[in-house]
Design a protein. Structure first.
Length: 284
Protein backbone atom coordinates (compact mmCIF):
# COMPACT_ATOMS: atom_id res chain seq x y z
CA UNK A 1 0.00 0.00 0.00
CA UNK A 2 1.34 3.44 -0.89
CA UNK A 3 0.96 6.53 1.25
CA UNK A 4 -1.32 8.00 -1.42
CA UNK A 5 -3.52 4.90 -1.37
CA UNK A 6 -3.77 5.23 2.40
CA UNK A 7 -4.92 8.85 2.03
CA UNK A 8 -7.52 7.78 -0.52
CA UNK A 9 -8.80 5.03 1.80
CA UNK A 10 -9.38 7.51 4.64
CA UNK A 11 -10.95 10.03 2.26
CA UNK A 12 -13.68 7.50 1.40
CA UNK A 13 -15.02 7.46 4.97
CA UNK A 14 -14.29 6.17 8.46
CA UNK A 15 -11.74 3.35 8.53
CA UNK A 16 -12.40 0.52 10.99
CA UNK A 17 -9.55 -1.28 12.75
CA UNK A 18 -9.76 -4.52 14.73
CA UNK A 19 -10.34 -4.87 18.47
CA UNK A 20 -8.28 -6.42 21.25
CA UNK A 21 -5.96 -9.34 20.69
CA UNK A 22 -4.30 -10.07 24.05
CA UNK A 23 -7.39 -10.02 26.28
CA UNK A 24 -9.23 -12.33 23.87
CA UNK A 25 -6.34 -14.77 23.59
CA UNK A 26 -6.15 -14.99 27.38
CA UNK A 27 -9.80 -16.04 27.36
CA UNK A 28 -8.83 -18.65 24.76
CA UNK A 29 -6.12 -20.11 26.98
CA UNK A 30 -2.95 -18.03 26.58
CA UNK A 31 -1.17 -18.13 29.97
CA UNK A 32 -0.12 -15.00 31.83
CA UNK A 33 3.52 -14.00 31.72
CA UNK A 34 4.46 -15.80 28.50
CA UNK A 35 5.89 -14.16 25.40
CA UNK A 36 2.60 -13.68 23.57
CA UNK A 37 4.26 -13.57 20.14
CA UNK A 38 5.90 -16.96 20.70
CA UNK A 39 2.70 -18.45 22.18
CA UNK A 40 0.62 -17.32 19.19
CA UNK A 41 3.22 -18.63 16.74
CA UNK A 42 3.09 -22.03 18.41
CA UNK A 43 -0.70 -21.97 18.98
CA UNK A 44 -2.15 -20.08 16.01
CA UNK A 45 -5.70 -21.40 15.93
CA UNK A 46 -7.11 -19.02 18.56
CA UNK A 47 -5.69 -16.04 16.68
CA UNK A 48 -6.96 -17.30 13.33
CA UNK A 49 -10.50 -17.63 14.66
CA UNK A 50 -10.32 -14.17 16.27
CA UNK A 51 -9.00 -12.44 13.16
CA UNK A 52 -11.54 -14.13 10.92
CA UNK A 53 -14.25 -12.86 13.29
CA UNK A 54 -12.87 -9.30 13.09
CA UNK A 55 -12.84 -9.49 9.30
CA UNK A 56 -16.45 -10.66 9.29
CA UNK A 57 -17.40 -7.94 11.78
CA UNK A 58 -16.20 -5.25 9.37
CA UNK A 59 -12.57 -4.44 10.12
CA UNK A 60 -10.80 -2.72 7.22
CA UNK A 61 -7.35 -3.14 8.80
CA UNK A 62 -6.22 -5.98 11.06
CA UNK A 63 -3.02 -5.88 13.09
CA UNK A 64 -0.61 -8.80 12.78
CA UNK A 65 0.37 -9.81 16.36
CA UNK A 66 4.02 -8.78 15.94
CA UNK A 67 3.56 -6.29 18.81
CA UNK A 68 6.71 -6.90 20.92
CA UNK A 69 8.64 -9.02 18.43
CA UNK A 70 11.65 -6.70 18.49
CA UNK A 71 15.12 -7.71 19.63
CA UNK A 72 15.00 -5.72 22.88
CA UNK A 73 11.66 -7.06 24.12
CA UNK A 74 12.25 -10.63 22.98
CA UNK A 75 15.49 -10.66 24.99
CA UNK A 76 13.31 -10.58 28.13
CA UNK A 77 12.30 -14.13 27.21
CA UNK A 78 15.65 -15.26 25.78
CA UNK A 79 14.21 -15.13 22.27
CA UNK A 80 16.25 -12.35 20.69
CA UNK A 81 17.45 -14.74 17.98
CA UNK A 82 13.82 -15.36 16.89
CA UNK A 83 13.06 -11.87 15.53
CA UNK A 84 12.84 -12.93 11.90
CA UNK A 85 11.10 -16.26 12.49
CA UNK A 86 8.39 -14.73 14.69
CA UNK A 87 7.69 -11.66 12.58
CA UNK A 88 7.52 -13.59 9.31
CA UNK A 89 5.47 -16.37 10.86
CA UNK A 90 2.95 -14.10 12.59
CA UNK A 91 2.39 -12.01 9.46
CA UNK A 92 1.78 -15.19 7.45
CA UNK A 93 -0.74 -16.47 10.01
CA UNK A 94 -2.68 -13.18 9.80
CA UNK A 95 -2.53 -12.94 6.01
CA UNK A 96 -3.73 -16.53 5.68
CA UNK A 97 -6.54 -15.86 8.18
CA UNK A 98 -8.02 -12.76 6.54
CA UNK A 99 -7.07 -13.29 2.89
CA UNK A 100 -8.03 -10.28 0.81
CA UNK A 101 -10.86 -9.19 3.13
CA UNK A 102 -8.66 -6.75 5.09
CA UNK A 103 -5.41 -4.88 4.95
CA UNK A 104 -2.74 -6.26 7.29
CA UNK A 105 -0.69 -3.89 9.45
CA UNK A 106 2.71 -4.83 10.82
CA UNK A 107 2.51 -3.93 14.52
CA UNK A 108 5.41 -2.53 16.56
CA UNK A 109 5.30 -1.22 20.10
CA UNK A 110 7.23 0.23 23.02
CA UNK A 111 10.13 -1.61 24.57
CA UNK A 112 8.86 -0.30 27.89
CA UNK A 113 12.32 1.02 28.71
CA UNK A 114 12.62 4.76 29.17
CA UNK A 115 16.38 4.94 29.66
CA UNK A 116 17.47 3.43 26.37
CA UNK A 117 19.70 4.96 23.71
CA UNK A 118 17.97 6.24 20.58
CA UNK A 119 20.45 4.34 18.43
CA UNK A 120 19.50 1.07 20.12
CA UNK A 121 15.80 1.74 19.58
CA UNK A 122 16.44 2.68 15.96
CA UNK A 123 18.43 -0.49 15.32
CA UNK A 124 15.76 -2.74 16.87
CA UNK A 125 12.87 -1.11 15.02
CA UNK A 126 14.77 -1.04 11.72
CA UNK A 127 15.41 -4.78 11.97
CA UNK A 128 11.76 -5.54 12.77
CA UNK A 129 10.29 -3.23 10.12
CA UNK A 130 12.60 -4.61 7.44
CA UNK A 131 11.27 -8.12 8.15
CA UNK A 132 7.64 -6.93 8.28
CA UNK A 133 8.00 -5.23 4.91
CA UNK A 134 9.56 -8.33 3.35
CA UNK A 135 6.79 -10.45 4.90
CA UNK A 136 4.24 -8.46 2.90
CA UNK A 137 2.39 -6.19 5.32
CA UNK A 138 0.27 -3.46 3.71
CA UNK A 139 1.19 -0.76 6.23
CA UNK A 140 2.80 -0.27 9.64
CA UNK A 141 1.42 0.76 13.00
CA UNK A 142 3.30 1.88 16.10
CA UNK A 143 0.85 1.38 18.97
CA UNK A 144 0.66 1.62 22.76
CA UNK A 145 3.73 3.86 22.69
CA UNK A 146 4.59 5.52 26.00
CA UNK A 147 6.58 8.51 24.77
CA UNK A 148 7.23 10.45 21.59
CA UNK A 149 10.93 9.55 21.30
CA UNK A 150 10.28 5.87 20.65
CA UNK A 151 7.68 6.73 17.99
CA UNK A 152 10.22 8.99 16.31
CA UNK A 153 12.59 6.02 16.23
CA UNK A 154 9.89 3.95 14.50
CA UNK A 155 9.33 6.68 11.90
CA UNK A 156 13.06 7.05 11.27
CA UNK A 157 13.39 3.27 10.95
CA UNK A 158 10.44 3.01 8.57
CA UNK A 159 11.75 5.84 6.39
CA UNK A 160 15.09 4.06 6.09
CA UNK A 161 13.46 0.78 5.05
CA UNK A 162 10.33 1.42 3.01
CA UNK A 163 7.59 3.78 1.80
CA UNK A 164 4.73 2.06 3.61
CA UNK A 165 2.17 4.23 5.45
CA UNK A 166 2.83 4.46 9.19
CA UNK A 167 0.05 4.96 11.75
CA UNK A 168 1.16 6.07 15.22
CA UNK A 169 -0.82 5.80 18.45
CA UNK A 170 0.28 6.54 21.99
CA UNK A 171 -1.39 5.61 25.25
CA UNK A 172 -2.36 8.58 27.42
CA UNK A 173 -3.86 9.60 30.72
CA UNK A 174 -7.36 11.08 30.48
CA UNK A 175 -5.82 14.59 30.45
CA UNK A 176 -3.60 13.76 27.47
CA UNK A 177 -0.32 13.36 29.37
CA UNK A 178 2.11 10.64 28.26
CA UNK A 179 3.64 8.05 30.57
CA UNK A 180 7.22 8.90 29.53
CA UNK A 181 6.65 12.65 29.90
CA UNK A 182 5.11 15.39 27.76
CA UNK A 183 1.63 15.31 26.29
CA UNK A 184 -0.15 13.89 23.27
CA UNK A 185 -0.80 17.28 21.69
CA UNK A 186 2.84 18.28 21.20
CA UNK A 187 3.65 14.68 20.31
CA UNK A 188 1.20 14.45 17.40
CA UNK A 189 2.44 17.73 15.97
CA UNK A 190 6.02 16.43 16.03
CA UNK A 191 5.01 13.12 14.49
CA UNK A 192 3.10 14.80 11.68
CA UNK A 193 6.20 16.87 10.89
CA UNK A 194 8.27 13.67 10.80
CA UNK A 195 5.98 12.10 8.21
CA UNK A 196 3.46 10.02 10.17
CA UNK A 197 0.45 9.17 8.00
CA UNK A 198 -2.02 9.11 10.92
CA UNK A 199 -1.72 9.81 14.64
CA UNK A 200 -3.78 9.32 17.75
CA UNK A 201 -4.35 7.22 20.84
CA UNK A 202 -4.96 3.62 21.79
CA UNK A 203 -5.53 1.68 25.01
CA UNK A 204 -5.59 4.45 27.65
CA UNK A 205 -9.17 4.63 28.98
CA UNK A 206 -12.68 4.09 27.70
CA UNK A 207 -14.02 6.24 24.83
CA UNK A 208 -16.27 8.18 27.19
CA UNK A 209 -13.23 9.85 28.79
CA UNK A 210 -11.47 10.88 25.60
CA UNK A 211 -13.74 13.47 23.97
CA UNK A 212 -11.67 16.53 24.83
CA UNK A 213 -8.43 14.70 24.02
CA UNK A 214 -9.67 13.80 20.54
CA UNK A 215 -11.05 17.30 19.93
CA UNK A 216 -7.68 18.83 20.80
CA UNK A 217 -5.68 16.35 18.72
CA UNK A 218 -7.93 17.16 15.75
CA UNK A 219 -7.12 20.87 16.18
CA UNK A 220 -3.37 20.19 16.14
CA UNK A 221 -2.90 18.08 12.99
CA UNK A 222 -4.03 17.86 9.38
CA UNK A 223 -3.47 14.12 8.99
CA UNK A 224 -6.03 11.44 9.99
CA UNK A 225 -6.72 10.90 13.68
CA UNK A 226 -6.87 7.38 15.16
CA UNK A 227 -8.79 6.36 18.28
CA UNK A 228 -8.60 2.74 19.55
CA UNK A 229 -9.64 2.81 23.24
CA UNK A 230 -10.43 0.17 25.82
CA UNK A 231 -13.91 -1.11 26.65
CA UNK A 232 -14.17 1.32 29.55
CA UNK A 233 -12.18 1.11 32.77
CA UNK A 234 -11.33 -2.35 34.12
CA UNK A 235 -12.07 -3.81 37.52
CA UNK A 236 -10.16 -6.84 38.81
CA UNK A 237 -12.27 -9.87 39.70
CA UNK A 238 -11.57 -12.47 42.40
CA UNK A 239 -9.45 -14.51 39.95
CA UNK A 240 -7.25 -11.53 39.10
CA UNK A 241 -8.77 -11.00 35.66
CA UNK A 242 -9.54 -7.56 34.24
CA UNK A 243 -13.27 -7.08 33.68
CA UNK A 244 -14.16 -4.10 31.51
CA UNK A 245 -17.16 -1.93 32.25
CA UNK A 246 -18.54 -1.13 28.80
CA UNK A 247 -20.63 -3.31 26.51
CA UNK A 248 -20.49 -3.30 22.73
CA UNK A 249 -23.49 -1.01 22.11
CA UNK A 250 -22.38 1.59 24.67
CA UNK A 251 -18.85 1.46 23.26
CA UNK A 252 -20.11 2.07 19.73
CA UNK A 253 -22.28 5.01 20.78
CA UNK A 254 -19.38 6.62 22.63
CA UNK A 255 -17.16 6.02 19.61
CA UNK A 256 -19.71 7.85 17.46
CA UNK A 257 -19.16 10.89 19.69
CA UNK A 258 -15.40 10.60 19.09
CA UNK A 259 -15.92 10.31 15.34
CA UNK A 260 -18.02 13.47 15.47
CA UNK A 261 -15.13 15.06 17.42
CA UNK A 262 -12.71 14.28 14.60
CA UNK A 263 -11.64 10.62 14.70
CA UNK A 264 -11.11 9.20 11.20
CA UNK A 265 -9.75 5.73 11.99
CA UNK A 266 -11.42 3.78 14.82
CA UNK A 267 -11.21 0.44 16.58
CA UNK A 268 -10.99 -1.13 20.01
CA UNK A 269 -8.25 -2.11 22.43
CA UNK A 270 -8.32 -4.07 25.72
CA UNK A 271 -11.63 -5.72 26.53
CA UNK A 272 -13.15 -5.30 23.06
CA UNK A 273 -14.23 -8.22 20.88
CA UNK A 274 -15.56 -8.77 17.35
CA UNK A 275 -19.00 -7.90 18.74
CA UNK A 276 -17.67 -4.40 19.54
CA UNK A 277 -16.33 -3.96 16.02
CA UNK A 278 -19.63 -5.13 14.53
CA UNK A 279 -21.50 -2.57 16.67
CA UNK A 280 -19.00 0.12 15.72
CA UNK A 281 -19.38 -0.63 12.01
CA UNK A 282 -23.17 -0.48 12.40
CA UNK A 283 -22.90 2.91 14.13
CA UNK A 284 -20.88 4.24 11.19
Amino acid sequence: MTKQEFKELVAKGKVVLDGATGSNLMKAGMPRGVCSEAWIYENPQALIELQKAYAEAGSDIIYAPTFSANRISLANHGLEDKVEELNRGLVKITKDAVGDKCLVAGDVTTTGKQEIAYEELLEAYTEQIHILKDAGVDLLVAETMLGVTEVMAVLDAAAAVCDLPVMCTLTVESDGSLFFGGDIYEAVESLEQMGADAVGINCSTGPDQLVSVVENIRKRVQIPVIVKPNAGMPAIDEKGNAVYSMGAEAFAKNMKVLMDAGADIVGGCCGTTPEFIKALKKEI
